[in-house]
Design a protein around this ligand. Structure first.
Ligand code: EPU
Length: 368
């Protein structure tokens, strides 16, 4: 015991803990100290000791969006608080609050089973409820911010609890206030979602299932489903993801490693002359962040996966570090890759995409 606070610490604390089971990339790295609060009360108790613990904190959910390049010389707090509460509204919608440590996909499954629509397109995304708003997880035409009512968190330094509504969270494409000014300063305790109830005559309110992402319609067509409900949409999304994305239990990865870059219209037009097959999507107006300048209106999104594939990286493997053969946006650890090897691969990809297209890719995962 090298610190006085360790003697006073009220919870079970492990030292020199392997983080391999606690993040999806599966690197063999260690945390100096590790604690796993199972309730929000335990999280708050822990913060009473903040002023004594003079070392960095790292808040971890399922560790599905992180790349460790070295051991963590501080205290890892793995949030494992569970619980779901809901309140039916007069207008046929429902407000559902889930504790931060709930597994994301189990939560989505629960909502679909209850007949609450909204989250089905976000099925099978690895992670926890508390991590979902941090990077505004999104898939198949839906972003979690579209369903978030509020986020309840506690400030690490003061222990003060706050609740932010959707606007205050400053959501953007894979972005939020929790990744910017509040990064490392708060712990999310629970998230409230505003969902729609399936009624005998259809889903409540103005809600309609989101089937416009091409692959969903195609999947439903293959399954001969003409009039899908939310369970069928969930099943379709799960099938697409299982086919395209590696299961972290089998192959270490952190989902999309890069963000899809925003490219100025002029550059897009220039690139289209050279590469007429290049896919691109307009940047949706409603995906803009509050206060974002008007320059952004002249930009489009180009799939990073396409850029990476064009540079010949798809299926590339160097030792145990590689680029997934079915989705070039996903970097993988085939077993014993180190974080530095993945980082080296990341840098090589970034520079080759830049040399060929003049576009700088940005990582989506947190690199530590
Ligand atoms: N493409 C390629 N090569 C590939 C894969 C895709 O050229 O290997 C091109 C195709 O033109 C395809 C386009 O990229 O039409 C888009 O591919 P996809 O639908 O797979 O989506 P994505 O843009 O690569 C994003 C999210 C994923 C999410 C999917 C589906 C980001 C960074 N990633 O990927 O999110 O599942 O859309 O909505 O926005 C994650 O964030 O971890 C994640 C998996």
């Amino acid at each position: 015991m090298d610190y006085f606070w360790l003697l006073l610490f009220p919870m079970h604390l492990d030292q020199k803990v392997s983080l391999k089971p606690f993040h999806t990339f599966g690197m063999e790295v260690q945390a100096r100290y590790f604690v796993e609060p199972h309730t929000r009360e335990e999280i708050l108790t822990l913060l009473n000791y903040r002023s004594m613990i003079r070392m960095p904190f790292l808040i971890l959910g399922c560790g599905s969006n992180i790349l460790f390049t070295k051991n963590f010389n501080g205290l890892v707090i793995r949030i494992n608080s569970k619980g779901i509460e809901y309140k039916e509204q007069d207008d046929g919608t429902v407000k559902v609050t889930a504790e931060a440590g709930e597994n994301w996909d189990e939560f989505v499954q629960y909502c679909v089973a209850q007949g609450w629509a909204g989250l089905e397109n976000l099925s099978l995304i690895p992670g926890t409820v508390g991590a979902a708003p941090v990077q505004d997880i999104g898939a198949y035409g839906v972003e979690v911010k579209d369903l978030v009512e509020s986020v309840h968190f506690v400030e690490i330094d003061t222990g003060i609890e706050r609740r932010f509504n959707r606007e205050q969270c400053c959501f953007g494409y894979r972005d939020s206030i929790f990744k910017n000014s509040l990064k490392g300063k708060v712990i999310i305790l629970d998230v409230t979602f505003h969902l729609h109830k399936a009624l005998p005559g259809g889903i409540s309110g103005t809600y309609s299932l989101k089937l416009d992402y091409g692959q969903i319609r195609e999947e439903l067509r293959l399954k001969n489903i003409g009039h899908p409900g939310m369970a069928e949409v969930r099943e379709a999304v799960c099938s697409i993801r299982r086919r395209k994305l590696p299961d972290p239990v089998e192959i270490g990865n952190a989902g999309s490693f890069f963000k899809n870059p925003l490219v100025q219209n002029e550059r897009k037009d220039h690139l289209l002359e050279l590469y007429p097959m290049m896919p691109w999507y307009p940047e949706q107006k409603d995906k803009q962040q509050p206060g974002e300048d008007t320059e952004n209106k002249g930009r489009v999104k180009v799939p990073a996966a396409w850029l990476i594939e064009q540079c010949g990286w798809k299926g590339y493997r160097d030792g145990d570090a590689g680029v997934h053969p079915h989705q070039s946006l996903v970097l993988v650890n085939y077993g014993n890759a180190t974080g530095m090897q993945i980082l080296d691969l990341m840098n090589r990809i970034i520079s080759s995409v830049y040399s060929r297209f003049g576009i700088t890719l940005e990582p989506e995962v947190n690199i530590l």
